[in-house]
Design a protein. Structure first.
Length: 236
């Protein structure tokens, strides 16, 4: 027994897919059409359209059902739960971070973007400065170059050892990274501590100078200027 393809609609007359009609066992040439089905095929359905059966013919209508639209004033998302055109003041295009709707598209909100990037760059400069300060200090006061640990605890330890004003062994690492307690005179410890202090102040001054330039770019609403501020070569 052969079946034929028919076209299913929902309670609103919207095409939902194909179905099958069986021939009537009692009447030749008569088909048992399932409820809500029509025998006429719908037209090709473009994106954002739906085929609607009005009782006599198919019509293409707007449909964004199930999609997410975005409020062009607030950027807030909204799930579309009905047929027809998009609600006024909504778009299917999602906004980027800090963007505003202008002339039919999302564009960067320059003041907001500048403020966001300024804060990011300040954090980058502070993080780089902190890393430079705490990643070790090389000194040749013992005749060869050795690296002295400069974590926060070790900065306190170095300062305290220098303040004692006595000869003692203090840990430092050679070029191969081997850390050993090596004899230092009081003067040598003072030189190491003073050398690190000078380096730390240089790094802090560099960070301050860079953040001043960031502030100038921020005041000028200059995104490119914010990106142009870079940390100089290592001073360590």
């Amino acid at each position: 027994m052969q079946s034929k393809i028919v076209y299913q609609t929902d309670h609103l007359g919207i095409f939902t897919g194909q179905a099958y009609a069986d021939p009537s066992p009692l009447e030749e040439g008569v088909w048992l059409i399932p409820r809500g089905c029509v025998e006429i095929a719908p037209p090709a359905i473009p994106e954002f359209k739906a085929a609607h059966w009005d009782g006599q013919r198919w019509q293409l209508i707007d449909s964004y059902l199930g999609l997410t639209a975005y409020n062009t004033q607030t950027g807030e998302p909204k799930s579309i739960d009905r047929l027809g055109q998009l609600p006024a003041g909504y778009t299917l295009d999602p906004p980027g971070l800090g963007q505003v709707w202008q002339n039919g598209q999302w564009v960067d909100d320059i003041p907001a973007a500048v403020e966001r990037r300024y804060n990011e760059r300040v954090q980058e400069i502070d993080a780089t400065c902190s890393l430079q300060i705490t990643s070790g200090f090389w000194s040749a006061v013992l005749g060869e170059r050795y690296c002295y640990s400069t974590t926060l605890d070790d900065q306190v330890n170095l300062s305290g050892a220098a303040a004692l004003g006595v000869d003692l062994s203090y840990a430092c690492a050679d070029q191969d990274g081997i850390k050993v307690y090596r004899p230092h005179t009081a003067a040598q410890l003072r030189q190491v501590a003073d050398g690190f202090t000078r380096l730390k102040l240089q790094l802090l001054q560099q960070a301050y100078s860079l953040k001043e330039r960031l502030q100038q770019a921020r005041d000028a609403k200059d995104l490119a200027g914010l990106e142009a501020v870079v940390w100089e070569a290592d001073l360590v």
